[in-house]
Design a protein. Structure first.
Length: 234
């Protein structure tokens, strides 16, 4: 398992400060009780605890090779749980799509993701290739529908921006961005692109958590996904 951790605060210094200033300590306790944001912008619970982690299955569909990556994210931390590719051999279309469907079903059964994030097909000059990718996406969507999992898709430029800060980044730059966030030394390709789209969705959820209402509750989309992730572990 690869992981990256964000800097932690100096708890001991904070404790000494609260002990020296009981008024400040009471104010901090009140803010915590009201649901103040935790590290990385994730909303804390009413007692100051971080929300449950969320597992996302990222998929980069391809007509010959489909990449997948599983990333878990919570307050201030991203962890790579698994990554790989599904190689498709030549043969009947129905057979190849069946392979994709079985692999995605196995990934869902193993990792119990809260959602599937998939990269949106880029429609360029090759209409035939775009059609084949659309068929693979259809297989993934069908499996997700049977498992009652929400599916979100992101344009390639949005995914690249999430991990590199630049929407026109090359694959090598995407691999470097993924390595910076997850650690390790991922190689540019379909599997790394799948990790990138999973990271993109987790960052989207982080933004949602900052947009809480005045009552301190997290947005419905984030509450639903964390609830799914919690139920999957039971």
């Amino acid at each position: 398992m690869m992981r990256t951790r964000f800097a932690q605060g100096e708890a001991s210094a904070s404790e000494r400060s609260r002990a020296a200033n009981p008024v400040s300590a009471r104010s901090e306790a009140e803010r915590s009780e009201q649901g103040e944001k935790g590290p990385a912008g994730f909303a804390r619970g009413k007692r100051g605890t971080a929300p449950p982690s969320v597992i996302i299955l990222g998929v980069d569909p391809g007509s010959r090779c489909t990449g997948w990556g599983v990333v878990e994210g919570d307050a201030g931390e991203l962890r790579q749980l698994g990554v790989g590719v599904v190689q498709l051999t030549r043969g009947e279309l129905s057979t190849r799509l069946g392979v994709i469907a079985r692999e995605v079903e196995a990934l869902i059964d193993r990792w119990r993701p809260a959602a599937i994030a998939i990269e949106r097909a880029f429609v360029g000059r090759n209409a035939s290739s775009a059609l084949r990718i659309g068929e693979v996406r259809g297989a993934v969507l069908a499996v997700a529908g049977r498992a009652a999992l929400p599916v979100v898709d992101y344009p390639p430029a949005t995914v690249k921006s999430a991990v590199t800060g630049y929407g026109m980044a090359e694959k090598e730059a995407v691999a470097l961005g993924v390595a910076r966030l997850l650690g390790g030394n991922p190689v540019a390709g379909d599997a790394t692109d799948a990790l990138a789209v999973a990271i993109c969705h987790l960052r989207h959820l982080s933004v949602l958590s900052r947009l809480r209402g005045a009552d301190g509750e997290r947005p419905a989309a984030l509450r639903d996904l964390t609830a799914r992730s919690t139920r999957a572990r039971r």
